[in-house]
Design a protein around this ligand. Structure first.
Ligand code: ASP
Ligand code: MG
Length: 416
């Protein structure tokens, strides 16, 4: 017998028919003798619909009230799932975040979980009940309902699993796992049986939007084994088969097998590059350029500063494409004259492609293999950044798919 947390996404909870299927799947696990906690999302489209209502009334709704509204989708889901389980003879009880309680800070619409009280849930489990807890929401010190940011149910599920010291957190979703790259770009991308949480962080932040990134951080910090698997299979497939399907997010120390050098190719289509030319090379310059950009809440990713020639240097960095115009305005209006820069140029049609793998730590020559592959395709590299487990290049967006396909092949990632 084990304590297991299941998380079901909006598609899996998308209709009463699907909720009945979720109930059958959950009942199967409970019948096998496991204690089960379920954390569902709102029915698909529901959170958008109710937030849309608020926006019909006000362009900038009060975040506290927005959370009051946005959190209701999950409350409907948990109640429906409890009813569906009871209808097939299971004892089930549903709770909103504040009833558990899942305590968060007060950052409405993007709150962070501070603590989870497991007492009530444990007592229900011990009494043989299946416990269903709303994803995405919590309660702050003052009793206000908060939400954890879009896609936050993943984080709720992993946090609940960590608090209960569950054996595993199963994230049921409409894809059947994590792939070596996006199968829409490379048709023979391969599903990974395991991926380390560090690799998953890179893959998630670089565009494979399978899980909310914060849930992966949680899984890593609390060492919670988390599995991404399909909710679209027959709910009554043998439990053993289901329990080993999908992709397990694991820990490097626990993977005893020989690591492949490269695990996947991640990419981000929507990047923009900005260069401040002729910057005087003196202390404080990076801060004077990037400080105002950060103050405008614009996230900076890759950064390069050149060797200076005659006291002047060029400073280049990337921002998300959606923030490009705002970043250019900040630089033109609050930075350029102030630091005495020459001019500011930019390109909003660039993409980032990365090779990711913890195996890189013990292999040399990955970078040169990557650069050779790109050069054979005639793809120009504009910027490079590296960490212990990834190498990223910035290239013209026209060549992004070509780069991903050729790297996927060069590193032998395709399915057998
Ligand atoms: N219902 C919330 C959303 O749509 C949370 C979630 O689904 O994870 O963002
Ligand atoms: Mg989701």
């Amino acid at each position: 017998m084990a304590l297991i947390v299941h998380k079901y996404g909006g598609t899996s909870m998308g209709s009463t028919e699907r909720i009945k299927n979720v109930a059958k799947r959950v009942a199967k696990w409970h019948d096998a003798g496991h204690q089960i906690v379920v954390v569902p999302s709102a029915m698909s489209g529901e959170t958008n619909r109710i937030i849309g209502l608020a926006k019909e009334i006000s362009a900038q709704p009060d975040p506290r009230e927005l959370d009051m509204i946005a959190s209701t989708g999950e409350q409907v889901s948990v109640g429906l799932l409890a009813i569906a389980l009871q209808a097939i003879g299971k004892q089930a009880v549903s709770y909103a975040g504040w009833q558990v309680a899942i305590k968060t800070d007060s950052a409405h619409t993007k709150a962070r979980i501070a603590s989870i009280d497991e007492t009530k849930v444990k007592a229900d489990l011990d009494a043989g009940k299946i416990v269903i807890i709303t994803g995405f929401q919590g309660v702050d010190e003052l009793g206000n309902i908060t939400t954890l940011g879009r896609g936050g149910s993943d984080t709720s599920a992993v946090a609940v699993a960590a608090a209960l010291k569950a054996q595993e957190c199963l994230i049921y979703t409409d894809v059947d796992g994590v792939y070596t790259t996006d199968p829409r770009v490379v048709s023979d991308a391969r599903r990974l049986n395991t991926v380390t949480f560090e690799e998953m962080l890179e893959m998630a932040s670089l565009g494979s939007k399978v899980l909310q990134i914060r849930s992966v951080e949680f899984a890593g910090n609390y060492r919670m084994p988390t599995r991404v698997l399909s909710s679209l299979t027959d709910p009554l497939i043998p439990l053993e088969e289901e329990a080993n399907s999908g992709t397990l997010i694991s820990f490097e120390e626990d993977t005893h097998m020989e690591q492949a050098t490269i695990t996947g190719i991640a990419f981000n289509r929507d990047e923009a590059k900005i260069t401040v030319l002729g910057v005087p090379d003196r202390p404080g310059i990076a801060y004077q350029i990037l400080g105002p950009v950060a103050d405008a809440n614009i996230e900076v990713d890759m950064i390069i500063q050149n060797q200076s020639v005659e006291g002047k240097t060029d400073f280049t960095f990337t921002v998300p494409r959606g923030e490009y115009t705002k970043a250019m305005d900040v630089l033109e209006n609050s930075v350029k004259a102030h630091i005495g820069a020459g001019s500011i140029v930019g390109d909003s049609k660039v993409s980032k492609v990365s090779v990711v793998g913890v195996g890189m730590r013990s292999h040399v020559g990955i970078a040169s293999q990557m650069f050779r592959t790109l050069s054979e395709e005639g793809i120009n590299i504009q910027m490079i950044s590296t960490s212990e487990i990834k190498i990223s290049v910035l290239i013209d967006e026209k060549y992004m798919e070509l780069a991903v396909r050729s790297l996927h092949k060069a590193f032998g990632l395709e399915s057998a």
